[in-house]
Design a protein around this ligand. Sequence first.
Ligand code: FPP
Ligand code: MG
Length: 298
Amino acid sequence: MINAVERKIEQYISELGEGDVTALYKSLPHGKRLRTKLILKIAGSSLKVIKTASTIEMIHAASLLHDDVIDDADVRRGKVSLNVSKGNKTAIMMGDILYSKAFYELNSISSEVAKVISNAVVQLSLGELADVKLSLKFHTNRDLYLKMLYQKTASLMEATAEAGAILAGKNRKAYQKYGRNLGLAFQMIDDILDITEDSKTLGKPALHDFEEGKVTLPYIYLYDSLAIEDREFLVSLHRKRLSADEALWIKSAMKKHTIIEKAYSEAKLLIDEAIELMESLGEKDLSNIAKAMIERAF
Ligand code: FPP
Ligand code: MG
C-alpha cells in the first residue's frame, strides 16, 4: 500500500503539468515513509487515507528541503541535497510547491484532518525557528530543547496518528499521544545516532549536530556531568569544525559518563508508554512500530 501512496504523490505532482518539477521530485531520495506506515496501520488503505498519507509525505519532504537550506546541509539521505545540486532558490521553491499542492489536496479530504495537519505545520515552523535560535549559543535548557523537539518533529507524527484516528473513527487522544511519544523518541534516537554512528550509516556527516550548533540532549547531560575545566572545553567546541582529536574527546567523555545510556533510557520510557497504550487497544502492529524504533539505535 506504500506503493499506492507513491503513485498518488506522483499523480499530484504530474497534475501540475511542469516537467521540470516532476523531474526534480523524482530526483529526491525517499525516506523511510514512517508517517505513511503509521497512518496505514491506524486507518487502513481507503482512498482518503492514501490521499492523507500522500499530503503528509509531501509536507514532510517540503520541510526537509527548507531545513537543508536553513542548516546549509550538503547531504540528505545519502545523496547530495537539492540546495547544493540545484541551489537554494530551487530547493525553497520546490518545497513551496510540494507544500501548497499538499494543502490544496488536503482541503478536499476532510476539514477536520486539514485542521489537525495545518496546526502541526504551524508547530513545525515554530519549532524550526526555535531550533535556529537555540543553535546560536551553547545552552543547557532541557525544557526548551524538548519543547522545540516536540514542535519540530513530534507534532507532525502526532498529527499523522490523530488524522488516522479521525479517518478510522478511533479514539483521537490515544493515537495522538502514541504519535507524540513516537515522534519525540524518534528525534531523541536521531540525536544519539549522530554521536554513535558513522557518516556512511547515517547518510549525512557524523557528529554534526554540535558543529551545526545543535545542543541535543546528550550534550546537555554531558555538560551537567563534567568538571568545570571540561565544561569550558566542551563549550569551546560548540559551532566549531571538530578535529579528529576533538571528536574523539567528545565520544570518550560521552562514554565515560554513560551519557548515551541516559539519553537512550529517556527515549525508551516514551516508547514503553506508547507500546503499553497500543497493546491496551489491541494494536499489535503499532506497538511493533514503536519497538522497531527504539531498536534502531543499537
Ligand atoms: C529536520 O531537523 C527538520 C524538521 C523535521 C522540520 C523542518 C521544518 C521547517 C523547515 C518548517 C517549514 C515547513 C514546511 C512544510 C515548508 P534536523 O535539522 O534536526 O534534522 P536533519 O538532521 O534530518 O536535517
Ligand atoms: Mg537539518
